[in-house]
Ligand binder design. Structure first.
Ligand code: ADP
Length: 265
């Protein structure tokens, strides 16, 4: 069975339903240069998961002789693309709220490990495709955090996703989770290309994409780490980066035990 290319590549009307989101975000006080770039990358990024959703759903709808296994596989693609789209839309909205200083978060008492596990699960298929080892080192028991599940999960998916994305085939990624009296720490270590010293503080800026993306056939919009740092900070935590060119990078997100919030989320 072949999915029609025209469908996979998307059609001109694909982004219409999401126009309100872009309009909403861009009404915020974005600098015009950033806004142009934002619109370009956002539209580009939304088109891929939308195109895939449409193609696989249409295949399920129109193809009458699909095996049960194929149907299942298509449903899996649909669920994972819908998740990806959801994360993307959430990040776009969050960036708009970050700009306006009005980030909204729901707060709940949350178990940390299932959220870390979720981020790991989301990336295992991609890591497998790249023959990467995706390892975990989780403390047996962790204190709870007080926070926004969706945002924390999306932040963790970004960190693990970046490690998988930027580390070449055959690389190794270790996700660690531990705590002391004050902080819960989740770190994602990879043995990828590393980040040059003069770029290490910039990677957390909105829309910033590093020099290591130039020769890489990987998409991105430079929002992931800006979003992730904002989420850590809104929970009263932060994120650190240690990286050496040619050796790899370790991003460590820390969140306060018990979840003191910075700004009354
Ligand atoms: P994006 O991945 O969409 O470019 P991010 O905000 O997630 O945006 O990351 C910003 C930049 O930081 C990336 O463009 C890349 O240069 C660099 N980067 C992030 N994570 C890693 C990593 N694990 N290894 C190497 N470089 C990374």
């Amino acid at each position: 069975l072949r999915i029609r290319r025209s469908v996979l590549e998307g059609r001109s009307g694909d982004g219409q339903g999401l126009a309100w989101i872009l309009t909403d975000v861009t009404q915020q006080d974005l600098a015009s240069r950033s806004r142009d770039q934002f619109l370009m990358t956002a539209t580009h990024e939304l088109r891929t998961p939308l195109g895939n959703l449409q193609a696989y759903a249409e295949a399920l709808q129109l193809e009458e002789d699909l095996e049960v296994e194929q149907q299942k596989e298509f449903c899996n693609v649909i669920v994972s693309e819908a998740n990806r789209l959801g994360r993307l839309v959430d990040q776009l909205l969050t960036v708009g709220q970050m700009e306006a200083g009005s980030m909204v978060a729901v707060r709940n008492e949350l178990e940390m490990l299932p959220m870390v596990q979720y981020s790991w699960d989301q990336m295992t298929a991609t890591a497998e495709k790249k023959s990467q080892s995706l390892l975990t080192d989780f403390a047996a028991k962790l204190p709870t955090v007080f926070g926004d599940r969706e945002k924390l999960q999306a932040a963790l998916v970004n960190l693990v996703g970046n490690a998988v994305k930027y580390t070449p085939d055959g690389g190794e990624i270790i996700v660690r989770c531990g705590h002391d009296d004050e902080w819960i720490r989740v770190s994602v270590q990879d043995n990828g290309p590393g980040i040059p010293a003069d770029e290490q503080s910039k990677v957390f800026d909105k829309f910033y994409r590093g020099s290591n993306t130039v020769d890489l056939d990987e998409r991105g919009n430079g929002l992931g780490l800006a979003f992730t740092r904002e989420v850590a900070r809104m929970h009263g935590g932060d994120i650190d980066l240690e990286s050496t060119i040619g050796e790899g990078s370790t991003f460590t997100m820390r969140l306060p035990v018990g979840g003191q919030s910075r700004s009354g989320i």
